[in-house]
Design a protein around this ligand. Structure first.
Ligand code: PAF
Length: 283
């Protein structure tokens, strides 16, 4: 595996590999089993796998955890090597010395769910992913479904901007007890780790209510009541169309998705699930 820090160095290295298909797995490091599943999917779909590790300052707002974001580079290298990654791209900085003067802007899709509280976050994400696409020029890029809103926005970015890259989603990976895997889980103290289970539990409860034929309003009301018992700071609990992210209709549809975000102690966590699991899709 080649570890490359410079954009020019990466470009030179990839010249000879361009006759093969290239998959990019963009990450911010602190790799866990969720990332490993992205890498494995990339390996199944392409000849060459490039993983990028870059904690992108532009997607962190004021007061967010950019400085504290866990950086575990040596362990990340070990994981990438064990998974047969071809190139690990680890730039120190991707922005001009005098700051980012040209960036991309997301419209509407960033006013809901995580975007409502993390103003500018998705602009930072699309800007850096666009940079990574320009640098690596991959045939495809793999992103986790855990960040469903991010995945949806990135799909829309390549469609709207006619970018020659396929966006591939990869299923969210959970701990045995249901907690969605996240680099931020390592911030949780023991009691907070227990409280965090409320997130997947409430989504499962809402799935059961949908199967019982309840209306989406009823499902949401009961979900919120359940979370109120948990004493965690709920940012949102919502049912939205999985692609447009628009509010759901009156009754559950197979295109509906459940979304939750909450802060537990100092740690902000998110989760999502289809409202009607394992039912055939009717668009
Ligand atoms: O999902 C992430 O880890 C980041 O948002 C990404 C896509 C690597 C962009 O910085």
């Amino acid at each position: 595996m080649q570890v490359i820090e410079a954009v020019q160095g990466l470009r030179r290295h990839l010249v000879d590999l361009r006759q093969d298909s290239i998959a990019l797995v963009p990450t911010m490091g602190c790799l866990h089993a969720g990332h490993v599943s992205l890498i494995r999917k990339a390996k199944r779909l392409a000849d060459v796998v490039v993983v990028s590790i870059y904690v992108n300052p532009l997607q962190f707002g004021e007061g967010e955890d950019f400085e504290q974001y866990p950086r575990t580079f040596e362990e990340d290298v070990r994981i990438c090597e064990a998974e047969g990654v071809d190139v690990l791209f680890h730039p120190h900085n991707l922005y001009a010395d005098d700051g980012a003067k040209i960036t991309l802007k997301v419209h509407d899709m960033d006013c809901v769910l995580c975007g409502a509280s993390r103003v500018g976050h998705f602009d930072g994400v699309v800007t850096v992913v666009n940079m990574l696409f320009n640098i690596v020029q991959p045939n495809l890029a793999v992103f986790g479904e855990k960040d469903w809103q991010q995945l949806t926005i990135l799909r829309r970015m390549v469609a709207d901007l006619h970018m020659p890259v396929s966006i591939v989603g990869s299923a969210l990976i959970r701990e045995k007890d249901g907690l969605a895997m996240s680099s931020r889980n390592r911030y949780l103290k023991d009691n907070e780790r227990q409280q965090a289970l409320f997130l997947s539990q409430v989504l499962r409860l809402m799935q059961q209510l949908a199967l019982q034929g309840k209306t989406n309003k009823h499902i949401l009301d009961l979900g919120l009541k359940y979370l109120a018992k948990s004493h965690i700071q709920v940012e949102y609990l919502d049912i939205r169309h999985e692609h447009s992210l628009l509010p759901s209709m009156r009754m559950p549809l197979t295109t509906d998705r459940l979304f939750v975000a909450a802060t537990i102690g100092q740690t902000r966590l998110i989760d999502n699930m289809p409202l009607l699991e394992n039912l055939e899709k009717v668009e």
